[in-house]
Design a protein around this ligand. Structure first.
Ligand SMILES: *[C@@H]1O[C@H](CO)[C@@H](O)[C@H](O)[C@H]1NC(C)=O
Ligand SMILES: *[C@@H]1O[C@H](CO)[C@@H](O)[C@H](O)[C@H]1NC(C)=O
Ligand SMILES: *[C@@H]1O[C@H](CO)[C@@H](O)[C@H](O)[C@H]1NC(C)=O
Ligand SMILES: *[C@@H]1O[C@H](CO)[C@@H](O)[C@H](O)[C@H]1NC(C)=O
Ligand SMILES: *[C@@H]1O[C@H](CO)[C@@H](O)[C@H](O)[C@H]1NC(C)=O
Ligand SMILES: *[C@@H]1O[C@H](CO)[C@@H](O)[C@H](O)[C@H]1NC(C)=O
Ligand SMILES: *[C@@H]1O[C@H](CO)[C@@H](O)[C@H](O)[C@H]1NC(C)=O
Length: 582
């Protein structure tokens, strides 16, 4: 099935690199791309300055299909997003199911000057037997450094997921695709990548080694052998990379005696769920494998739904729109600037709900701020599942470090009516998020008056942990008089350690935005309550009227967006002991 990867409490999903031969990269530390970056796929392009290009599953995030590039496999730059225009995939707005629908398992390849991405827009609300559940598509670019260069999708009929193109070396240019169907088989057929027309029969070429869910196929040819790499075992504890080979492209394939080639199952490795790999060469003729993993712990082998997955810059390409996916943020929303490409929305945004440094009105200086116009829907939306095509005002980035600190300064003057709310969230999906918001609620002194409160509110419902479904926290504290007098409040989320996030607030009184602000904690969220299915934790800002009044009920302004990575943990801290769910 698809392509999941998880990520984790403190952080996320990550990529592992492993090497097959002696090579020239002196050292590297896994994960090479930390945080919510599942289902990696990479290609090496000698004629573009010997650069490695990769992309990942992006599920419900928009922009989607982030493209990162590196010259040394150690230092990476986010260079563009292959999906950056809502009209490329309008259906993204309507998808249900937290973060298990959306953009699945892409494959990135380069041929004759063109980059190809084949991927699937998955709608998990439809039955698996209804193949419209899997909207397979191709996007192309001749300039991967520019988001706008990526084409509109060409849709093609394929009754499964994880499509991957392969061109044989016989010179006829015919593209073949492999994909995964019904969690049972790897299918292969021929395709015209220009039109999306399927031009051959669907052939089941490999059923895997007997474990569930043979998927994530990629085909390679070397020394007259066709090598079929797959993932198997499901995307959690038994996830692995297996290989099969044949002298003929359409089989029969035989499994490698050394399978699984990569797996964390039943090992003491901090990296678990290892699988969904891709293989590519470098300029020295070495082969490299990249795979997804989660930073979990040994208990993940037995109890993956209750484990904590706490969760590794240079010769970068000069071109491209963004910066390192494991870098810090210091974003001031300067007039004329654009949002960097690693910030995203949840499903498609309502564009007019966001503006950078909009013109002030004389009374209020909006320079260096991001305007947020509220949505009716909060981050839970209708049912912690769908938004039925409506937008949620939300801008976020990925948690990329085991420990990090994220904050924004919020000017809340626009909040006037009951349940007007602006805040920061640590979100896994609509059913699992924790928010610290400034919200208008009845005054404790006089119930007919409204006054601003700091509200720590969270929801964690999980179909994987039925006994613990529907955990909520909801605690509102009226503003102190210092808060009422402050021009702005700083709202902050910090991953304190491998188990807890702290949500805090403080008064910003100083004109010097970099002056220290005294912060007080208003709530803690546990990593176990942000369990990933396929994606990873993101942090960001939201503005909502919580179901009331209509769209755009108020506008509010946030400024000084900061994210600082504090620590990457790549080994299970012994002292932490076994994970106990409470
Ligand atoms: C290894 O990299 C260095 C530069 O970092 C380069 O000078 C050298 O030629 C490379 N070695 C090989 C075998 O390519
Ligand atoms: C190769 O790198 C150089 C230096 O960064 C740059 O000027 C040039 O445009 C690059 N060429 C290509 C084809 O990317
Ligand atoms: C499959 O789903 C589509 C919606 O994408 C729906 O229109 C169609 O009726 C469904 N087909 C079946 C056989 O359920
Ligand atoms: C895969 O399994 C199906 C159903 O059991 C069987 O019909 C088919 O021959 C198998 N294919 C291969 C390539 O082993
Ligand atoms: C409560 O506030 C309302 C509106 O501001 C005011 O009319 C009313 O007198 C207040 N009640 C008390 C008990 O202070
Ligand atoms: C993490 O921090 C929280 C809050 O201070 C504390 O309760 C918890 O025990 C800490 N966990 C670890 C593993 O140190
Ligand atoms: C979200 O908004 C709905 C109304 O649309 C409201 O019923 C619900 O309490 C809110 N909950 C959370 C956790 O955001």
């Amino acid at each position: 099935m698809a392509s999941p990867v998880l990520s984790a409490l403190f952080a996320a999903v990550s990529l592992l690199l492993s090497q097959s031969a002696a090579q020239n990269v002196s050292t590297f530390t896994n994960p090479i791309i930390p945080g919510f970056h599942p289902d990696p796929t990479c290609t090496f392009v000698p004629e573009l300055n010997s650069t490695f290009f990769c992309t990942f599953s992006s599920f419900l995030t928009f922009p989607g299909l982030p493209i990162v590039a590196s010259r040394d496999l150690v230092n990476w730059k986010h260079i563009s997003n292959a999906l950056s225009r809502p009209e490329q995939l309008p259906a993204l707005a309507f998808l249900p199911r937290g973060a298990t629908s959306g953009i699945y398992a892409p494959t990135l390849r380069y041929r004759d000057g063109t980059f190809y991405i084949l991927s699937t827009l998955a709608n998990q609300a439809l039955y698996p037997t209804n193949y419209t559940k899997w909207d397979n598509f191709i996007v192309t670019s001749t300039d991967p450094y520019t988001s706008s260069s990526w084409s509109n999708p060409i849709h093609f009929d394929f009754p499964g997921i994880d499509p991957s193109p392969f061109w044989d070396d016989d010179g006829d240019g015919q593209a073949h695709i492999q994909g995964s169907i019904d969690g049972k088989s790897i299918l292969q057929t021929q395709i015209d990548l220009k039109t999306g027309e399927i031009t051959g029969p669907l052939v089941a070429i490999w059923n895997g080694t007997g474990l569930p869910s043979p998927e994530a196929p990629h085909m390679y040819k070397k020394d007259g052998w066709y090598y079929l790499l797959t993932a198997e075992g499901g995307t959690r504890e038994r996830h692995r990379a297996n290989m099969a080979r044949s002298r003929n492209l359409y089989g029969p394939y035989e499994g490698a005696p050394a399978n699984p080639l990569l797996s964390g199952y039943l090992t003491q490795s901090y990296f678990q769920a290892v699988g969904h790999a891709d293989i590519f060469p470098d300029s020295q003729g070495n082969f490299w494998a990249i795979a997804l993993a989660v930073r979990a712990a040994y208990s993940y082998n037995f109890d993956p739904y209750n484990s904590i997955f706490p969760m590794g810059p240079a010769t970068l390409p000069a071109q491209g729109e963004g910066y390192s996916p494991s870098g810090d943020d210091s974003i001031n929303f300067e007039p004329g600037s654009k949002l960097p490409p690693h910030l995203f929305h949840w499903r498609l945004p309502v564009i007019k709900n966001y503006a950078i440094s909009p013109a002030g009105d004389g009374n209020f200086d909006r320079t260096n701020s991001l305007m947020l116009r509220s949505s009716v829907l909060n981050l839970t939306a209708y049912d912690a599942d769908s938004t039925r095509g409506r937008g949620q005002t939300f801008l976020a980035r990925k948690q990329a470090h085991s420990r990090f600190r994220y904050s924004v300064d919020v000017s809340w003057a626009g909040l006037t009516r009951l349940e007007n709310e602006v805040g920061v969230s640590a979100l896994q999906d609509q059913a699992q998020h924790f928010d610290l918001g400034i919200v208008m609620l009845p005054s404790s002194q006089n119930r007919t008056d409204l006054e601003p409160h700091l509200r720590f509110r969270g929801i964690s419902t999980s179909t994987y942990r039925l006994p613990e479904r529907f955990k909520y926290v909801d605690k509102a504290t009226p503003f102190s008089s210092a808060m009422k007098d402050a021009s702005k409040l700083r709202l902050q989320i910090e991953a304190l350690n491998t188990t807890h996030y702290a949500f805090s607030a403080g008064c910003v009184n100083n004109e010097d935005a970099d002056a220290d602000v005294e912060m007080a904690v208003f709530g803690y969220a546990k990593g176990q309550n942000l369990i990933p299915y396929y994606s990873g934790v993101v942090v960001g800002v939201y503005a909502t009227s919580n179901g009331k009044y209509g769209e755009g009920a108020f506008t509010t302004y946030v400024s000084r967006w900061r994210y600082t990575g504090l620590e990457q943990i790549s080994e299970f801290p012994e002292a932490q002991g076994p994970v106990v769910w409470d």
